[in-house]
Ligand binder design. Structure first.
Ligand code: CTP
Length: 414
């Protein structure tokens, strides 16, 4: 925790030198225009926690787009502008820096996207979700490194608490229910008792949120280091049931998410693999309902459906007497994520062995002879070509033949 409210040293320690130079330059530029510029949100929270966070969010009491334009001219950055929200993103030397004009928000009705008006830093902080996310650091030369913490975020960081800013917070925006659980589990904090009480009270308000916004929250959770912790907590509080009552965030999931990480290392597992495991024990009706509620994109939908398709064949795959070629034909066409999901989720050792065999070996096998080769060998054009090719392929899958000569030996032109 910072002893003084000047965070210059933490900034220098946790941000790369060229980013520090960038934000200092931005602060000087804003100052020369009579505007005040701040670092806000997650990066401030993480600097105070002595963690590195390179998602730089800047808020200016002034015109964010004009400032971003000048900055990207000075620094040769690429800029993307959202006029409607008065925000800009600068991509510079591989870094991405978000700049927004300080704003005031009001909610026409629960769950609606907020109506936005220009405002001060204090308006901008008071529209935020939790005290630990409602802090800013001054970047103008006069007040560089000074912490602005109107809601006691620093104290809550010290007490390891997730604390709302006002009583209607979860009603205005119930995605904060999911966000609160995510921060609680990621940081190993606790929801402050009154925040927890209101979070539970406002769970029904999740019905006011569009499936797209909920899907975004789920994606954020699946991007966490240990998503199963958030899902377990969500189950315990009755939040997971809002997605689909049959979903479980219990120990089974934790046991399956760990191997998913091992299988994907050094990358994070793709969302599809985690989702396939989360939904593994749903029936088809429950799964289809969830897919349409979350409006899952085509690729994710296919992963979940493929996973279910393989699961339907799991008893056939658990037969120790089936040949590799039969394994191949049971599994061909399914996505890698759905195969991996079944490999992790199934408790049947022979089925798992067959899935491994397919993933590691069978799916890479290709026949040597082609249709043209067969015709050159005297096989007449027509359905027999396909029949012979299939027979050769199965023989190779089953290890009965290995070389080109072996394949040629099996072809009977007549
Ligand atoms: N915010 C909010 N309510 C939301 C979403 C965002 O108040 N429903 C505010 C918070 O102050 C948050 C900031 O907007 O810190 C930026 O949002 P986001 O990028 O989602 O959060 P981070 O704090 O950067 O979190 P993370 O570390 O997960 O990226």
């Amino acid at each position: 925790m910072a002893k003084s409210d000047n965070l210059t040293r933490k900034i220098d320690k946790r941000l790369p030198g060229e980013l520090v130079a960038f934000i200092q330059h931005a602060g000087r530029l804003a100052d020369s225009k009579g505007e005040r510029l701040y670092l806000v949100g997650g990066v401030v929270r993480d600097l105070l926690l002595d963690k590195t966070n390179l998602d730089i969010d800047l808020v200016v009491e002034g015109d964010a787009i004009a400032l971003a334009r000048e900055l990207s001219d000075d620094e040769a950055g690429k800029i993307t502008i959202h006029k409607r929200f008065n925000t800009a993103k600068i991509n510079w030397h591989g870094w991405s820096i978000d700049l927004a004009s300080a704003r005031k928000e009001s909610y026409a009705r629960p769950g609606a996207l907020p109506t936005v008006k220009p405002g001060s830093l204090s308006d901008d902080l008071c529209r935020r979700d939790f005290t630990i996310n409602a802090m800013a650091i001054g970047l103008n030369p006069g007040g560089y490194g000074r912490l602005i913490d109107p809601y006691g975020g620093q104290k809550d960081l010290g007490g390891r608490m997730i604390h709302f800013l006002h009583q209607k917070s979860f009603i205005d925006d119930s995605t904060r229910i999911w966000r609160g659980l995510r921060y609680e589990q990621r940081l190993d904090f606790q929801l402050e008792p009154e925040t927890l009480r209101l979070l539970k009270r406002d769970i029904p308000m999740l019905d006011t949120i569009s499936g797209d916004r909920i899907r975004y929250e789920i994606e954020c959770i699946l991007n966490e280091e240990f998503p199963e912790k958030v899902l377990r907590r969500a189950d315990e509080l009755g939040v997971l049931a809002k997605l689909e009552p049959a979903l479980k965030g219990n120990g089974w999931l934790a046991k399956k998410f760990q191997p998913a990480r091992e299988a994907s290392s050094p990358s994070r597992p793709p969302a599809g693999l985690y989702l396939a495991l989360l939904t593994y024990n749903l029936n088809s009706e429950q799964r289809d309902k969830l897919i349409s509620y979350l409006r899952l994109p085509g690729a994710l939908t296919k992963t979940l459906q493929d996973t279910a398709g393989i699961k339907d064949k799991i008893l056939q795959l658990a037969d120790s007497k089936i040949k590799p070629s039969a394994v191949y034909h049971l599994l061909e066409g399914y996505s890698t994520q759905s195969l991996t999901a079944n490999l992790i989720a199934s408790d049947l050792p022979i089925a798992r062995q067959h899935l491994r065999l397919y993933l590691d070996k069978l799916r890479t096998i290709k026949p040597i002879l082609t249709g043209n080769d067969l015709m050159k060998m005297g096989v007449p054009q027509g359905p027999r070509i396909k029949e012979i090719l299939n027979r050769l392929f199965d023989a190779r899958l089953d290890g009965r033949i290995k070389t080109r000569q072996d394949e040629e030996g099996l072809v009977k032109p007549g």
